[in-house]
Ligand binder design. Structure first.
Ligand code: DSN
Length: 404
């Protein structure tokens, strides 16, 4: 059995030698990474700044307050809770704060790109609340707003609407959907786990002004540590804080809160907007490249993307999503198999892959690089060995980044 240190070295090598296109991952900065290995991991701090259940929290209080202030500034929010251990925890806390067990919730269907914490039967959300789901239209793959309205009309007892997705490549019309939810007497919540960086940078409509609660994970496009965060109106602040602690969690992970503060410092800095603009430009370049390489093999869902991901139906390759994921992974190219809407295959196989630009953009890739990556992927899918070319491209990106 290798030691943990050896496994860390191997994982570092794996990350250094592979091109990672998993849409929900990113590379944190050295600053963020350093925070995760600090003595704050030794500290118990149940409660909130100035109101703790333990002594010795004077420095913890300053760290958490700094993160809260930055989150409010970045997202123009009235209140922020930076303690959720993950995006799913943030969602469970939001439900605990806003609704009662057995209440009805309308959310985006998992099989069409939603998230398990939006009412999947095997998740606590689906066990404690009655979820109904809207999806996308079969013809163009966009959110079916007619179905959304119809479900609200048919279910006048819906207390909460949840928007947000894990595998949806287009912009979400938050203001429009919130207005409809309110007309039907429902509260509105947005889970921006995937697009939090885009919203922070002003490159996607922000749901904050129109939502009761906004939840997110902190490790995707916003490039922070693994964790979650909640924003809400002043009206819900007390309920949200009590739902996180003591409702769902005990002590906060103070070292992770410190890393979230570091992430937020980076996200308010001007360079972050440039990064996110490039993330989107790179995703668009990938969508174009898939179509140009072979539109029959790679059917780009919705015909393109507005965000950091491209959803691709790979049925035309003669392989399923799992086979493509494996084949690419063997050559150090990482994507994930993904359900496509109305997928005839089971979720263990799927007909699609999800391909994201956040990580490769962190390495400094630009549009021309994305076309090269898609060509490498296509060669790998055709059975060619491209691992040397993958390694060469990673070395080139890394040295360009060093030089830049
Ligand atoms: N949010 C999921 C993803 O997009 O990968 C994981 O829960």
């Amino acid at each position: 059995m290798p030691t943990i240190e050896q496994l860390i070295t191997r994982e570092r090598d794996r990350q250094t030698h592979s091109i990672n296109l998993i849409a929900s991952e990113n590379y944190v900065s050295d600053y963020v990474l350093r925070m995760l290995g600090t003595v704050f991991t030794n500290k118990y701090a149940e409660g909130y700044p100035g109101k703790r259940w333990y002594g010795g929290c004077e420095f913890t209080d300053q760290v958490e307050q700094h993160a809260i202030d930055l989150a409010k500034e970045l997202f123009h929010a009235e209140h922020a809770n930076v303690q959720p251990h993950s995006g799913t925890q943030a969602n469970l806390a939001a439900y605990l704060a806003l609704i009662k067990p057995g209440d009805k919730v309308l959310a985006f269907r998992l099989e069409h790109g939603g998230h398990l914490s939006h009412g999947a039967p095997f998740n606590a959300s689906g066990k404690y609340y009655k979820f109904v789901h809207y999806g996308v239209r079969k013809d163009d793959g966009l959110i079916d707003e007619q179905e959304y309205v119809r479900l609200l009309k048919e279910n006048p007892d819906v207390k909460l609407v949840v928007t947000g997705a894990s595998s949806y490549p287009r912009a979400i019309p938050f203001a429009r959907m919130a207005a409809i939810a309110r007309e039907h007497g429902a509260m509105f919540m947005a889970d921006i786990a995937h697009i939090s960086g885009l919203v922070a940078a002003g490159e996607h409509e922000s749901p904050v002004p129109v939502s009761d609660v906004v939840t997110m994970s902190t490790h995707k496009t916003i490039r922070g540590p693994r964790g979650g965060m909640i924003l809400c109106t002043a009206k819900h602040a007390g309920k949200i804080d009590r739902a996180v602690f003591p409702g769902c969690q005990g002590g906060p992970l103070v070292h992770v809160v410190a890393a979230k503060a570091a992430m937020l410092e980076e996200a308010v800095a001007p360079g972050f907007k440039t990064y996110i603009k490039q993330v989107i430009a790179n995703a668009k370049a990938m969508a174009k490249a898939f179509t140009e390489v072979n539109a029959k093999r790679y059917r780009v869902l919705t015909g393109g993307t507005d965000n950091h991901m491209v959803m691709v139906d790979v049925t035309g390759t003669g392989k399923n999503g799992l086979e493509i994921e494996k084949l690419l992974g063997e050559q150090n190219l990482y994507v994930n198999k993904n359900f496509i809407p109305f997928d005839p295959r089971p979720n263990t196989e799927t007909s699609g892959i999800r391909v994201g630009s956040p990580m490769i953009t962190t390495l400094g890739a630009v549009e021309a690089d994305m076309a090269r990556v898609v060509q490498l992927m296509d060669k790998a899918v055709s059975g060619e060995n491209v691992s040397k070319q993958v390694q060469a491209m990673m070395e080139e990106l890394t040295s360009r980044k060093r030089a830049g």
